[in-house]
Unconditional design. Structure first.
Length: 367
């Protein structure tokens, strides 16, 4: 049986989700695979420092992160290959030599970079496939010795031109999501399961895995909407937010949730979602054609994802809470606009991405 190593990184949950989605379909085509949390495997200490630094930067100074992201779209601050080569790559080499995989998949730019370094140094023949998990292409994903890149949409080919890359290496499969997002669900069963009454409009408030954003202010703003609402608040790692929402009494039905493994079920019953436009979340929402309101996306990749969604007519964007509440009220009343947004989401969604990636890899390795 062919063996594939999938290298991810738990810096943001989306990279791991993409890895699991691909693993699910590799198994379906008869390939064995193992997911490695790259930085955690190499150095738990370094991983902890990097993750805490990244998280604190997003919480305390998102504009600084935006400047770093935009500056490195033009040029890298330092040679990432040299950095990874000196500090991190050797331990990864030992794992690879022990497993002897037939191919590599990277779902995070650090992993793609390290595999590139090691392949160049050791002249490995096993192919490297890089899965880009946003609706953009940042230069940090582009490395030597990568056989193919899987990108979110063919609209991103203009960036391939900008970076002077070979078109043939970039395959617009979409961002891989789990099979469960493609399977039919009985909506009436879910309405009963989540105790949603017929008069309810259902809103999901999502602050991403970190539970970022002024959700309490948004909930207070929603008090002025007369339509009966059932609001699911995804608080992620933000335990403080979860506790605050749990302890308040609202005029609407508000249900705070931490991490859920049935997000696809909540999307099935949702009338709209307020989200920060992370790549994987966006792909999942598009698969269920739920109208999106992008609220205060982080500068950088979320901002780029937001531009993609707005350009394709399946989302609206709000910078301040008052504007957000206005858009929510408008979408709850404007059936034709909602219908148009759903149609546009259906047009650009690629829910079969994981299957397409697994199938492509299978046939590429058979050549």
């Amino acid at each position: 049986m062919r063996k594939i190593l999938i290298f991810s990184a738990s810096i943001g949950n989306g990279h791991n989700q993409a890895a699991r989605a691909i693993q699910e379909h590799l198994a379906a085509v008869g390939y064995s695979s193992m997911i490695i949390d790259t930085l955690e495997y190499i150095s738990p200490t370094f991983h902890k420092i990097l993750l805490e630094g990244y998280t604190n930067l997003l919480k305390l100074s998102p504009k600084m992160w935006g400047r770093i992201y935009h500056n490195t779209e033009r040029t890298r601050f330092f040679d990432m290959n040299v950095f990874m080569n000196k500090l991190l790559a050797n331990k990864l080499k030992k794992l690879i030599e022990n497993v002897q995989p037939d191919a590599f998949i990277a779902t995070h730019p650090f992993a793609s970079c390290m595999l590139s370094v090691l392949k160049g140094r050791n002249e490995w023949e096993a192919p490297i496939y890089t899965v880009i998990t946003d609706y953009t292409i940042h230069p940090s994903w582009i490395n030597h010795h990568i056989n193919y890149y899987f990108i979110a949409h063919d609209q991103l080919y203009y960036l391939v031109d900008i970076y002077h890359q070979d078109y043939r290496k970039f395959k617009p499969t979409g961002i891989p999501i789990m099979q469960k997002y493609r399977e039919p669900l009985d909506k009436n069963t879910l309405l009963e399961k989540f105790q949603i009454r017929s008069e309810h409009k259902v809103i999901i408030l999502s602050g991403g895995g970190l539970g970022l954003g002024p959700m309490e202010k948004v909930l207070l703003g929603l008090e002025q909407i007369d339509t009966p609402l059932k609001i699911f608040v995804l608080t992620g790692e933000n335990r403080k937010l979860f506790n605050k929402v749990s302890s308040r009494i609202y005029s609407h039905e508000v249900v705070p949730l931490r991490f859920v493994d049935n997000f696809h079920e909540y999307l099935e019953v949702a009338d709209l979602i307020v989200t920060k436009s992370g790549g994987l979340t966006t792909a999942e929402v598009l698969s269920k054609q739920v109208p999106m309101i992008i609220y205060n996306p982080l500068p950088g990749q979320e901002e780029r994802n937001s531009h993609f969604l707005l350009n394709n007519g399946c989302a609206v964007h709000a910078n301040v809470t008052e504007q957000l509440i206005y858009f929510i009220g408008e979408l709850l009343q404007n059936a034709s606009k909602v219908s148009n947004m759903k149609s546009m989401a259906k047009a650009i969604a690629k829910p079969a991405a994981a299957e397409e990636i697994a199938t492509f890899i299978k046939y590429d390795m058979m050549k």
